[in-house]
Design a protein around this ligand. Structure first.
Ligand SMILES: Nc1ncnc2c1ncn2[C@@H]1O[C@H](COP(=O)(O)OP(=O)(O)OP(=O)(O)O)[C@@H](O)[C@H]1O
Ligand SMILES: [Mg+2]
Length: 286
């Protein structure tokens, strides 16, 4: 079985289940600290962060501006080095995992190539990755038919030949999501991908993302400022606080899978939201 097939099988078995804490950690973060120095000013971006992320888990990093969410995401992705502690990704260093194309990145802005069509934007990276990924045997890059299926699933079936400037911001971000999943990377790192979208589009995007994630079985680390977004998407929500950036608490979300908009009226959803808001308030005033 490829990694993705195994993950998909895990995902199928996990519908309506809570994360199994005994499962193998896909990403292990132990005692991680990071200090930035800029023009004589020292910022302790992260202090003593411990977190295990299971294979196929959807986990959100939630907290106010400056609490180190993006820094932690970049450390996991091998883009920034930690000063203290250890991070392993499937047993390897983040740099090794990055070189083995274990990560898909979804940034806040869709970052599409303006001269390429929707279809070409999705395929551009998968084409680049195909030879090296299959050589490494680590992941399955999706083929044309599967990519067409994903584009149709996110409502872009008739926009294959459109250029990015002919799409709305929400449509562009859907292309960006499909592109990330099409790469077949086992870990997707998402840094506030829906922050620039209006509330209704943003809500639709959450359920599209969940649908793509359920199909892929990927591990997702998702950064957000939104408490409700974190709860509806995640298996667990990591609450962070600034100065120094640290983990305050980790909340297990007890809503069943698959998630649906109706669950946002569920008292359990509101209990999670209320508890997380209290944690955020307390850590802010501490
Ligand atoms: N390259 C850098 N050089 C210097 N300081 C940095 C650098 N990157 C981040 N920092 C500092 O580290 C702290 C954490 O930044 P980070 O971007 O991780 O926060 P964040 O939680 O993602 O915030 P936001 O929600 O605003 O995106 C901030 O005080 C920031 O100024
Ligand atoms: Mg950030």
């Amino acid at each position: 079985m490829t990694t993705n097939e195994t993950n998909r099988a895990n995902r199928a078995n996990r519908t309506n289940e809570q994360p199994d804490v005994g499962r193998r950690a896909h990403v292990r973060i132990e005692g991680v600290g990071k200090v930035f120095q800029r023009r004589g000013q020292i910022t302790e971006a992260l202090r003593d962060v411990d977190l295990d992320i299971a294979e196929g888990e959807f986990i959100s990093l939630l907290g106010p501006s400056g609490c180190g969410k993006s820094t932690l995401l970049r450390i996991i992705g091998g883009l920034v080095s930690n000063d203290t502690g250890v991070v392993t990704v499937a047993g390897a260093t983040p740099e090794t995992a990055r070189e083995a194309k274990q990560f898909g990145l979804v940034p806040q802005a869709p970052a599409l190539l303006p001269w390429h069509t929707v279809a070409k934007n999705v395929r551009f990276l998968t084409d680049l990755h195909t030879s090296s990924a299959s050589a490494a045997g680590s992941q399955t890059v999706l083929g044309s038919a599967e990519i067409d299926g994903l584009l149709a699933a996110v409502g872009l079936g008739s926009f294959h030949d459109a250029l990015p400037h002919e799409l709305s911001g929400g449509m562009q971000q859907r292309v960006s999501l499909v592109r990330a999943f099409a790469l077949g990377a086992p870990i997707l790192l998402m840094d506030e991908p829906f922050a620039a979208l209006d509330e209704i589009t943003r809500s639709d995007m959450r359920y599209l993302l969940l649908d793509l994630w359920q199909r892929s079985g990927a591990t997702v680390v998702f950064v957000t400022h939104s408490v409700t977004e974190a709860v509806i998407l995640s298996d667990r929500v990591v609450v962070m606080a600034p100065r120094p950036g640290r983990v305050v608490t980790v909340e297990d979300v007890s809503l069943a899978r698959p998630r649906s908009p109706e669950m946002e009226d569920d008292p359990v959803f509101h209990e999670h939201v209320s508890r997380l808001r209290t944690h955020l308030r307390e850590s802010h005033s501490a």
